[in-house]
Design a protein around this ligand. Structure first.
Ligand code: GLC
Length: 445
């Protein structure tokens, strides 16, 4: 393992530098407890009024029954496991959770949830909401205000994942898993992980290639911004109201990725890869490097993997002549305002954030725990040799812009970046077009 976190720390700007409105302010509202009461909250000029507020004590003895938990495709089995642990624990008391799986693509998960919320359906009592959707869903008044619950034990959470559920001065869910990406490299090929992205691409050309998520969806926004931010690029300016995306740094980062495909450092097929296809490619044994989230460390040892026991992970490298950057990922348990059993929904959300489940989730599924204490567990340290680096990566990772129109901002990035990767646009044109589209998205609210 390398330890090159020093530079990253210096470069990591706080989420506040990138956000539209989510930092700094505190709520001016008082929240009523009891489920039906309304709350109003504001921060940096953004206000969410009239939200239903969770009653923390409602989880102690909620009405018996079944609730549905919706999440993305359960490719690792972690979703089935958490539901089954909960059901075993509470079956005798008459509580049951059923898992509903949405597609693997983050964008499609969002679309599925939105469809249900627009129909005021209770299909998803609890939703595993990507960290980037808090602002949008809270603004739409689709989520319970969970502030009274979160405030009961705020310090047990790692600050970065907790911040992702914070918007307009309120907490809109419970952190469930955090996320950070790593450079996966083959230990059996006998080379140390390169120190720069440029060197990774050079090495990859000689070692079968690098695979990553290059399909036009949220994952590509993350993969691109890791290089773009490291090169010194930004998405929004400091006001959060204007695009700062069209910069030489972002063009340089995209050029490196485009050249990588042109010269065979990355297969052209990456332009169609999301996480599952990336894992498939990596576990075929053909490739020397992979960019993927922490879950792949455990997942890619399983099944018919040809790289079992043959890889390790390293922190993401530096961009030559500039810095390094990671993107903060992860998911929060949010409770739909259309649930008929908010108490049971909270009981389940509370379980997913419990020390008991967080340990299993990190130890067995290499998912980034959201509790400080989990990383000190001896079993965890043994199973996940990079546990300390993972925790450090979460603290240093940059947030994606916080905005109710974030999905449109991201779409502008991933569509145009994908066009460049596929050879349909030059890096300079793609970055400029994305920037113009980001400005259009920002002008709509
Ligand atoms: C991972 C991350 C999430 C991100 C997604 C993109 O699931 O946790 O935050 O948006 O990947 O594919």
């Amino acid at each position: 393992m390398r330890g090159r976190f020093g530079l990253g720390a210096a470069l990591a700007v706080s989420a506040c530098a990138l956000v539209v409105a989510a930092c700094g302010g505190s709520s001016s509202s008082s929240s009523s407890s009891g489920g039906g009461g309304g709350s109003s909250s504001s921060s940096g000029g953004v206000t969410v009024t009239g939200a239903k507020v969770i009653d923390p004590s409602s989880m102690n003895s909620p009405p018996k029954g079944t609730i549905h938990y919706c999440q993305g495709k359960d490719t690792t089995g972690a979703g089935k496991a958490v539901v089954s642990e909960f059901n075993q624990k509470y079956a005798a008391q008459g509580y049951k959770v059923v898992l509903t799986e949405f597609p693997a693509s983050a964008d499609q998960q969002r679309a599925q949830f939105i469809q249900r919320q627009q129909a005021k359906s209770n299909d998803c009592d609890v939703f595993s909401s990507d960290v980037i959707w808090t602002a949008e869903f809270a603004s739409q008044k689709w989520l319970y205000d969970m502030t009274p619950y979160v405030n009961q034990s705020r310090t047990k959470y790692i600050p970065a994942p907790l911040e992702t559920v914070h918007y307009a001065g309120k907490y809109w869910g419970v952190p469930e898993t955090s996320d950070a990406a790593f450079l996966f490299y083959r230990t059996d090929k006998g080379t140390a992980p390169p120190a720069t992205w440029q060197a990774v691409y050079q090495q990859a050309a000689k070692q079968g290639g690098i695979v990553y998520q290059g399909a036009p969806y949220e994952g590509l926004t993350c993969d691109f911004l890791e290089l773009g931010f490291a090169a010194g690029g930004q998405v929004l300016d400091s006001s959060g109201k204007k695009s700062a995306f069209n910069s030489p740094a972002n063009v340089k980062a995209l050029q490196l990725m485009v050249d990588g495909i042109k010269n065979g450092s990355a297969p052209k097929a990456v332009t169609t890869y999301m996480e599952p296809q990336t894992d498939q490619a990596w576990t075929s044994g053909k490739y020397g490097y992979m960019r993927n989230w922490t879950y792949a460390y455990a997942a890619d040892q399983t099944g018919g993997s040809k790289v079992k026991g043959k890889y390790a992970v390293a922190p993401l490298p530096t961009f030559e002549g500039a810095g390094k950057a990671g993107i903060l990922g992860g998911h929060n348990s949010v409770i739909s305002v259309y649930t008929k059993n908010p108490g049971l929904a909270l009981k389940y959300a509370d379980f997913t954030a419990s020390p008991e489940w967080q340990k299993i989730s990190l130890e067995k599924y290499s998912s980034a725990a959201i509790l400080n204490a989990t990383y000190d567990d001896a079993g965890v340290k043994k199973a996940i040799p990079y546990a300390a680096e993972l925790k450090q990566a979460l603290g240093q990772a940059k947030a994606r812009p916080v905005s109710p129109v974030y999905p449109q901002i991201s779409q502008a990035i991933y569509k145009n970046v994908n066009d460049a990767l596929a050879g349909r646009a030059s890096p300079a044109d793609a970055i400029k077009k994305a920037s113009d589209q980001i400005n259009s998205a920002l002008s709509t609210f």
